[in-house]
Design a protein around this ligand. Structure first.
Ligand code: BTN
Length: 263
């Protein structure tokens, strides 16, 4: 634990941070799985599941999220937002905005790669995994998971990914208090969700565009059906979907799949 992490210690002791109930674990499989089970067994909406270490952290597209102990931030927030089903995928984008706003307390130029990557100096420092469930009695349940390499040393990652990732500490030059960062993110996420519920996502998507690392870049889209499409990113539309213009000038709407480009 980092010495300046007073908020982290307080959160563990008081089971609360930024007005959210907290369930803290030293070690779990995946906080998203604990959050889902907790929600199904009556955990209050707004509860945040936090772990110091995840043995089976999950990423998008079935990938794993390496979650070494003592230095990263791994949490899942249980949400039941008053939003139309079509708006639920935009929560991932709102979470990216919350993360960028929080990061700006420590550094400049955080950027996002559609749909869920947070990058610093061209390398991935955090990822977002949002999972949605429909409950007959109470409507939609959203589990918003975030994994952040806060102070995580590069040698804690397997060699094949160590070159592609970074942590926030490397960019801002000093270790960060995980509790303080988490508190800022949760406050920003609360603001953004309240804004979305009241006014919609229009301004949030506008802000997301200001962090978009890919717009105007030549990229490769690996579709979920195994196709490969190359073209220039046109950025995101008002539904939060990415558009690509291919070499023949044809426009493609990207709903899912993997986007790759040099940053
Ligand atoms: C990605 O980049 O593909 C998303 C990574 C999301 C990782 C976080 S860590 C907390 C939560 N629990 C998980 O198992 N995954 C998310």
């Amino acid at each position: 634990m980092y010495p300046q992490d007073k908020i982290w210690e307080k959160m563990i002791k008081e089971h609360s941070i930024a007005g959210h109930p907290v369930r803290y674990f030293q070690e779990v499989g995946s906080t998203n799985d604990i959050a889902r089970k907790s929600a199904f067994t009556g955990a209050e909406k707004g509860t945040v599941i936090i772990a110091d270490y995840q043995k089976k952290g999950r990423g998008r597209l079935g990938r794993s999220w390496i979650s070494p102990p003592g230095s990263g931030l791994y949490f899942s927030l249980i949400l039941s937002p008053a939003l139309a089903p079509a708006d639920l995928p935009k929560i991932t984008l709102a979470a990216g905005v919350a993360l960028c706003r929080a990061a700006k307390s420590y550094l400049s130029n955080p950027v996002l790669k559609w749909p869920n990557d947070f990058l610093l100096k061209g390398k991935k420092a955090a990822g977002i995994l949002t999972e949605t469930f429909f409950l007959q009695e109470s409507g939609y349940l959203v589990i918003l998971g975030m994994g952040i390499n806060v102070n995580t040393p590069r040698h804690d990652f397997p060699p094949d990914i160590a070159g592609k990732i970074t942590n926030i500490q490397e960019t801002c030059g000093k270790p960060l208090a995980r509790g303080e960062l988490l508190e800022i993110i949760l406050n920003q996420m609360d603001n953004l969700l309240a804004q979305a519920e009241q006014f919609g996502f229009s301004d949030i998507l506008k802000e997301w565009r200001s962090y978009d690392a890919g717009r105007g870049k030549y990229l490769t889209w690996l579709t979920t059906e195994g196709g490969v499409i190359r073209g220039v990113s046109q950025g995101i539309d008002d539904n939060g979907l990415l558009w690509i213009r291919d070499e023949q000038g044809k426009l493609h709407e990207v709903v899912s799949g993997d986007i790759r480009y040099p940053i």
